[in-house]
Write a protein that binds this ligand. Sequence first.
Ligand code: SAM
Length: 381
Amino acid sequence: MKTCKHFNDCGGCRLQDILYKDQLSDKENRIKELISSYRPGLKLNPINPSQSHFYRNKMEFTFAADGRVICGLYSKKQKGKVVDLEECLIFSKDAGKLLSKVKEFVNKLNYSVYNKYSHQGFLRNLIIRQTKFTGQTMVAIVTTSKEQLDKDNLVKELLLLELESPISSIYWVINDSLSDAVVFERKKLLYGEAYLKEELGELSFKIDVDSFFQVNPRMSVNFYKKIRDYANLTKKQNVLDLFCGVGSIGIFLAASAKFVWGIEAAKAIVDMAWQNARENKVENISFIVSDVRRFLNTQKEFYKDADLLVVNPPRSGLSNKIIRAILRFSPKAIIYSSCNPEAFFRDLEGLKGAYKPDFIEPFDFFPHTPHLECLSLLKPV
Ligand SMILES: C[S@@+](CC[C@H](N)C(=O)[O-])C[C@H]1O[C@@H](n2cnc3c(N)ncnc32)[C@H](O)[C@@H]1O
C-alpha cells in the first residue's frame, strides 16, 4: 500500500503503513473489547468504512524556520519539530501545489516566522479547507500583526494555481494571542466568497474559515442519514440536539420532526447554525447559545416535551453533572455519538441504570489515525 513520503516523520497520521482493511478490523476489535467490559453480548453493527485517502476537508499547517520558511505538521518523532510537507494523502491532491506556492511566496518576501517562546515573528499557520462534494478551496494565512502581508500578490500567485478544487476564498487571519491554538482575532477576506458551501445529501451547509465542521464530509452524509433512520421520528415528535455545532444533525432531523432545539456554547457557531437552517429553508428549528449543563439545569420549560435527545459531545465526553441532568430529564430515547470510544463507553456506563443501548455502530471518520466515531440508540431500561 502506498504511504505518504512523509509518513516516517509526520505526526499527521500514524496508521498509514497498515492496510486499510486491517485498520478497520483493529478498530472493530477495540470496540469489541470495550463492549465486553461494558455489557457482553451487546450488538455491534458493522463498522462504516470511509474513502481511505483524501477524505479530510481541513488542515491546519504550521510555519517554521529551517534556514528558510517551511510549512507542515508536527513531527511524531521529535517534539516541537515541524515536518516540511510536499503532500498530504489524507487531505487533498491539491495539498502539494498549495503548500509549495505559499512557501515560495513567503520565502521570496523574506517574512519572519513566529516564535512561540519569544512571541516575535510574523507567519504562524496555513489553514486550507476544501469541500468534497462542491469542489471549492479556502486558503487562510495566519500571521501576527508584526509585518504587512503583500495581499495582492499573494492572491495573484495563489490564483495562478491549477487545482482540482479551485480557490473560492482567501483569508488573512491575524492572531497576536499567546495561545498555541489558532485564535481568529481578526479575519480579512482578501478574495472571493466569505464561506465555502458544502452539499451533504439534499442539504447545503456554509463553512466559515473558523467554524467547526465534521472533517470527513463523505462519511458525514452516511452518518447523518443513519441518525435519521435510527431516530425514526414522526412529525409529532420534538428533538433536543445537545452540542449542536453548526446544526447539521438537527437540520437533517428537522424534516421528519415537529420541532428541533439545538444547544451550543459558541455564539459564532450558533450564528452559522442559523444561517444553515435558513440556507436549507428549515423553519422548525431553533438554536440557543448556552453551556449544555446550564441549559439542562435552568431551561426545562424549553425541552420538557422533547421526545428524542441527540448528544454529540466534544472528545472529553459528558461530565457527571451533565449525565445527572440527562437522567433527571429522562427523554424517551437518546442518540449518542462520540469521536472518543473510551469516553463514549464511560458515558454509557454513567447512564446504565436508566438507559440501555440497542446497538453500537462505529463510523471510521478518521482513516490512518486511531480515532473512531461511535453511535448508539439508547432506550429506557
Ligand atoms: C463534536 S462537536 C458537535 C458537532 C455537531 N453535532 C455536528 O455534527 O456538526 C461538539 C460541539 O460542542 C460544543 N461545546 C463544547 N462544550 C460545550 C458545552 N459545555 N456546552 C455547549 N456546547 C459545547 C463545541 O463548540 C462544538 O461545536
